[in-house]
Ligand binder design. Structure first.
Ligand code: IMP
Length: 188
């Protein structure tokens, strides 16, 4: 079964491809231009982007918005994660956390599924953990070198895609989506 992932992020795509492949879903990447709305609600961003992509995509697709929420920074960078990473990188987050005893944080993913003729459906995933004291590892993207999920001593950047998928926010949202999607198509 084929599905499009609307994303310009190769890291997100590879993780989703690995996971959905296990469900027999063959993922293809499409770089459809969507303008992200101004909102500090991740779920709203994902749904609005999906509604816009729905006008352009001729077939069913997924689209995802995600971010890192650092508790002692009141959830910053959150929905602004991509922008903040471009501007100050992992080092910038480490500077903001210097001297902070609380290094807890979580990643959230809001995954929207769009199907021409039937609209949009939302799935979410969250993983809690801690921000490392220095960047570690070379894999992945974004804040992966900083994030140590609870239940592991490694950062996401020290893990293979398969290992990261055992913990990640994205994998959780994708698993919820995949079980719903397969049930929906089994019925047809
Ligand atoms: P967006 O979903 O395209 O707005 O980008 C979310 C941003 O959050 C990414 O560019 C990364 O900086 C960060 N992010 C989201 N998920 C992950 C992840 O799994 N690992 C590392 N950084 C992530």
């Amino acid at each position: 079964m084929k599905l499009i992932f609307v994303t310009g992020n190769p890291g997100k795509f590879l993780e989703a491809k690995e996971l959905l492949g296990k469900y027999g879903i063959r993922l293809e990447q499409a770089d459809i231009e969507v303008t992200e709305p101004q909102s500090d609600d991740l779920e709203e961003v994902a749904v609005k982007c999906a509604e816009e992509a729905l006008k352009k995509a001729g077939e069913r697709f997924i689209i995802e918005d995600s971010g890192l929420f650092v508790n002692s920074l009141n959830g910053f960078p959150g929905v602004y994660s991509s922008y903040v990473h471009r501007k100050i990188g992992c080092e910038g987050i480490l500077r903001l956390l210097a001297g902070s005893a609380d290094r807890s944080a979580y990643f959230m993913a809001a995954l929207a599924y769009g199907e021409p003729g039937s609209g949009v459906r939302l799935f979410t995933g969250r993983v809690d953990g801690n921000v490392a004291t220095e960047p570690r590892g070379k894999s992945g993207f974004g804040y992966d070198p900083l994030f140590i999920p609870f239940g592991s001593h490694s950062t996401f950047a020290e893990m293979s895609i398969e290992e990261k998928n055992k913990f990640s926010h994205r994998a959780k949202a994708l698993k919820a989506f995949a079980s719903w999607f397969l049930k929906k198509y089994e019925r047809k």
